[in-house]
Ligand binder design. Structure first.
Ligand code: ATP
Length: 272
């Protein structure tokens, strides 16, 4: 264990002297609730399209006839409700919270659905964020979910670690930009999952190329060809390559991710 500061509120260790109990216990689900498989969507750093991939995967699996839920564990940067056009607040019973249901029937929970104003910042430490995610798991009335996708906090720090240890994650999907795939940042995310014994489903490369709207030619602004090799070095399958798609960005801005038409994530869905 690293040097103890005796400040349990900012510490991720689960030692014997810990005050306030371990932050790493997985709560049981509410009576009558069911969640099948839980997949975390992770990235080595922020802004690479993790939320985009989480919501697209949810939509893809829902279209295949499964019951799907999204747990937005990116507590300090929640963007899932906006992608689905949801701006209201979740409804609570006396001792539980109801997930918000999207237009196509996906169950959602995000801190943004509980804040008075969705622009309010969330300034909490890692273990507190882990506690909120624990409540999202144990206090939300998830109804007969086949697949739950978790938008994880970016990076491999304290917050991500706490969230990993509060959810029964069956596997992770790692999202990276082409530059990231050939850098150490992705290696850190891969190693974190391996150290926590969480299976890695595969890699999704986002913002791989742009298709010229005039001639249809694929342009690779960050270079082509190195990422497959990088994936092989990690011993992981590169399951999808998503282009930079202005139409997709526009749909997210309009809150209409459920209308997207691309099938880039089919290989990921097949593997799940
Ligand atoms: N393939 C894409 N084509 C067009 N726009 C994209 C694509 N991927 C992501 N974007 C846009 O880039 C921005 C960042 O994406 P997103 O929020 O999914 O990243 P993130 O990794 O979840 O970031 P953070 O971890 O910081 O929350 C969003 O505005 C999103 O709509």
């Amino acid at each position: 264990m690293s040097d103890c500061t005796h400040d349990c509120s900012s510490c991720g260790e689960s030692c014997a002297e810990r005050q306030g109990g371990s932050p790493f216990q997985i709560k049981p689900l509410r009576e009558g609730c069911r969640v099948g498989k839980v997949y975390g969507v992770v990235s080595g750093k922020g802004g690479v399209g993790k939320s985009m991939v989480t919501s697209q995967l949810a939509v893809t699996m829902q279209r295949r006839g499964h019951n799907v839920a999204v747990l937005d564990a990116d507590i300090t940067g929640p963007s899932i409700p906006k992608a689905f056009g949801i701006h209201g607040r979740a409804v609570a019973t006396e001792d539980a919270i109801l997930p918000v249901i999207t237009g196509t029937g996906i169950q959602l929970m995000s801190v943004n659905l509980l804040l008075e104003h969705e622009t309010d910042p969330v300034i909490w430490r890692g273990p507190v964020i882990g506690g909120v995610v624990q409540q999202f798991w144990g206090d939300v009335l998830w109804q007969d979910v086949d697949y739950m996708f978790v938008d994880m906090p970016p990076g491999t720090g304290d917050v991500a670690l706490n969230v990993f240890q509060t959810l029964p994650v069956d596997g992770v999907i790692i999202v990276a930009s082409p530059q990231e795939l050939v850098s150490m940042v992705v290696q850190k995310a891969v190693k974190m999952a391996q150290m926590m014994n969480i299976p890695i489903v595969g890699l999704v490369e986002n913002m791989s190329y742009i298709t010229c709207p005039d001639c249809g030619k694929k342009l690779y602004p960050f270079g082509e060809g190195k990422t497959q090799q990088a994936a092989e070095e990690y011993g992981l399958p590169l399951l999808a390559r998503m282009p930079i798609d202005p139409e997709l960005a526009h749909l997210v801005d309009l809150g209409r991710i459920e209308d997207f038409q691309g099938n880039w994530l089919d290989a990921v869905a097949d593997k799940l």
